[in-house]
Each structure stands twice: as structure tokens, then as C-alpha cells.
Design a protein. Structure first.
Length: 264
């Protein structure tokens, strides 16, 4: 099949779903990662009718809903109940939109963070299985490397719980792409690519204009025979002065194609 390409709506904050799908279609992206937040077009507060309308738009566009990028912090301290309720809401929305994945963050702050996250993910895995959705723990914040993430995912051991590899965070954590892939390959859902100027300046840049080892990451994936999704996460939402994403999509798509061809 070969790897497929998507971009995140984090790069086009506040854009309507038809506008997002038009951008994807116009620039050759097969999928979109939908930021699930009340300020965006897709979020858990949508009514059944609104969900049906959004699902129909997605089906009609030919652009796949890769994932719902939520903000559940599965390793956060406190009671399990509100965390699980938030995650179940996200799973139901993904099911309604026919998105295969939901993204969660670690957000751990204690020595028990691994056990807390594993317990919650193990519980939520049954809901995910019933709904036909997969929960992906992103390499992020308290668990930014593959080695960190697998400490949680290993004990869960459920096919409906996996990993989302954010290449910036594993790089910031000092992990080499081959190490990350070795840790996450058995449970890897998809990969978020991006580029930045330095560890000190994480303002988003056009793909290939920064320091992240994108070619090495894609080479590792290719040599491993992995054929999932690469999703460009351009964090415009958090960096007001970053260049607008729509004007970068054509060149970004071409850069990703060259990475896949091994010509970068």
C-alpha cells in the first residue's frame, strides 16, 4: 500500500470542515487529523445531527478522517472516572465520524504515572474495542520518547491501544529514530512529522527547513516495512507569527513525497 499523507487541523485553527477537506483534496493529502476542541469544527459537543453531517462531508470528500486529536491526559493525577469519561466521549465521536484513531497525551506528574496510565488505558481499551476505534498515546510531555511510552503500553498489551510517534518530542528527548521505531513498531498507529529551528525555538517551519531528522525517520519506517500514515502537524495554533499553513501545503506535500521516494 505504501505510506499515506495527512495534515493536522492544528495548522489551520478555526477553519470549517469543508474548507479543511478542500485544502486536503487540492494538495494531494489523503487524510486529516482533526483537532477535537470546542474552538474547532469537530468536538465532543456536536449533536447527533451535526455528527451525521460531518460524517457525510468526510465520506463525500474522499479525504479520510485519520484521527481525533484529543487532550485527555491519561497519566494525570487524580480520580480515574473523569479521565475515562472524557476519553469515552472522544471514542464515541471517533466512531460517529468513522475515524480509526483517537490521540491522548500522557500528562504524568508522579512516580505512579506509568501505572495510572496503563490502568486507565486498559479499562478504556474495552470501550475502544466495542466502538472499533484505537487509542494512541502520543510521545509527548512526561513520556516524550518511545522508551517512555512503551513503559505504559507494554503492560496494557491490548491491540486497541497503541502509540503515536511525534518526531519532535522523541528528538527533544534524545532518542534516535531507529531506537524509537524499535520500541514502538509493534504498536505504532501513525507518525506526526514537523520541522523546527532548534531545541530552543520550536516555532513551526516548512518541512525540510529545520533540524528534525525527517529523512532518517522515514528511512527507518521504510526499512521496517511500515506502511501507515505520516501526518504533518504544523502547530500554527500555538505560534501566531508562524507562516499560514495553506500556502505551505503544496511544497510540504512534495517534500513528503520526496522523503517517501528517498530522494531528499
Amino acid at each position: 500500500m505504501g505510506m499515506k499523507l495527512a495534515f493536522s487541523t492544528l495548522g489551520v485553527p478555526g477553519t470549517t470542515l469543508p474548507e479543511v477537506l478542500a485544502l486536503a483534496s487540492a494538495h494531494g493529502f489523503q487524510g486529516v487529523e482533526l483537532r477535537a476542541h470546542p474552538e474547532e469544527a469537530v468536538h465532543v459537543g456536536l449533536t447527533p445531527a451535526e455528527r451525521a453531517d460531518a460524517a457525510a462531508l468526510l465520506r463525500g470528500s474522499g479525504v479520510e478522517p485519520l484521527a481525533l486529536a484529543g487532550y485527555v491526559r491519561v497519566a494525570a493525577p487524580g480520580d480515574d472516572a473523569p479521565v475515562l469519561a472524557e476519553l469515552r466521549d472522544l471514542l464515541r465521536l471517533a466512531h460517529d465520524l468513522q475515524a480509526p484513531f483517537v490521540r491522548v497525551f500522557p500528562g504524568g506528574e508522579s512516580a505512579e504515572a506509568d501505572a495510572i496510565a496503563a490502568r486507565r488505558l486498559g479499562t478504556a481499551a474495552e470501550d475502544a474495542s466495542a466502538l472499533g476505534v484505537r487509542i494512541l498515546l502520543e510521545t509527548h510531555d512526561s513520556h516524550r520518547t518511545g522508551a517512555d511510552a512503551i513503559r505504559v503500553l507494554g503492560p496494557v498489551g491490548h491491540r486497541r491501544v497503541g502509540a503515536l510517534w511525534d518526531v519532535m518530542h522523541t528528538w527533544l528527548g534524545g532518542e534516535q529514530p531507529a531506537q524509537t521505531y524499535a520500541a514502538l513498531a509493534p504498536c505504532l498507529g501513525y507518525v506526526q512529522v514537523k520541522d523546527i529551528a532548534s531545541a530552543e525555538d520550536t516555532t513551526p517551519l516548512p518541512l525540510g527547513a529545520g533540524v528534525l531528522p525527517l529523512a532518517e525517520c522515514v528511512d527507518v519506517l521504510r526499512r521496517g516495512g511500515w506502511d501507515g500514515w505520516l501526518c504533518w502537524e504544523y502547530e500554527k495554533r500555538w505560534y501566531e507569527h508562524a507562516a499560514p499553513l495553506p500556502g505551505l501545503l503544496a511544497a510540504g506535500h512534495d517534500h513528503l513525497v520526496r522523503l517517501l521516494d528517498g530522494t531528499v
